[in-house]
Design a protein around this ligand. Structure first.
Ligand code: ADP
Ligand code: MG
Length: 140
């Protein structure tokens, strides 16, 4: 399996509770390496653009407001089969369904305020990384 990259966000519910380090530790324990990281406060334009794929979903407005509500930490993660590795350690979208040991089981508050984002495919990882990072900000 090749070393690949994925895109992660530590969401507002986690930064608000000072869990940036705790979430990052779970990612690192899962074999992922943080090769880019920055703390930002998303604009409405960024939040709506990033989640444009969900714009017809009933929770879109709530999701955009949530992502703008507090700072987030956007990251590029590298590792063997990084997209799947990250999705595995994140756990299910709804923390009630997440496996023991996953980030969402341990930290998420609800299906909306669920502590982390992770790309769902290598194709989307490349798009999402480029949405927030220039090449010279990623140091592997
Ligand atoms: P995932 O983040 O696991 O890939 P989705 O891509 O389906 O999940 O949804 C994107 C984000 O939208 C979720 O992480 C969550 O923050 C929010 N979301 C999803 N479903 C709901 C819901 N039913 N109600 C409120 N927010 C939701
Ligand atoms: Mg998703």
């Amino acid at each position: 399996m090749a070393v690949t990259r994925t895109f992660s966000i530590i969401k507002p519910d986690a930064t608000k509770r000072n869990l940036t380090g705790a979430v990052t530790a779970k990612l690192e324990e899962a074999g992922l390496r943080v090769v880019a990281s920055k703390r930002i406060h998303m604009s409405r334009e960024q939040a709506e653009g990033f989640y444009a794929v969900h714009k017809e979903r009933p929770f879109f407005g709530e999701l955009v407001e949530f992502m703008m509500s507090e700072p987030v930490v956007v990251q590029v993660l590298e590792g063997e089969d990084a997209v799947k590795r990250n999705r595995d350690v994140m756990g299910a979208t709804n923390p009630a369904d997440a496996d023991e040991g996953t980030i969402r089981k341990e930290f998420a508050l609800s299906i909306g305020e669920n502590s982390v984002h992770g790309s769902d495919s290598e194709e989307n990882a490349a798009i999402e990384i480029a949405f927030f990072f220039n090449d010279d900000e990623i140091v592997g």
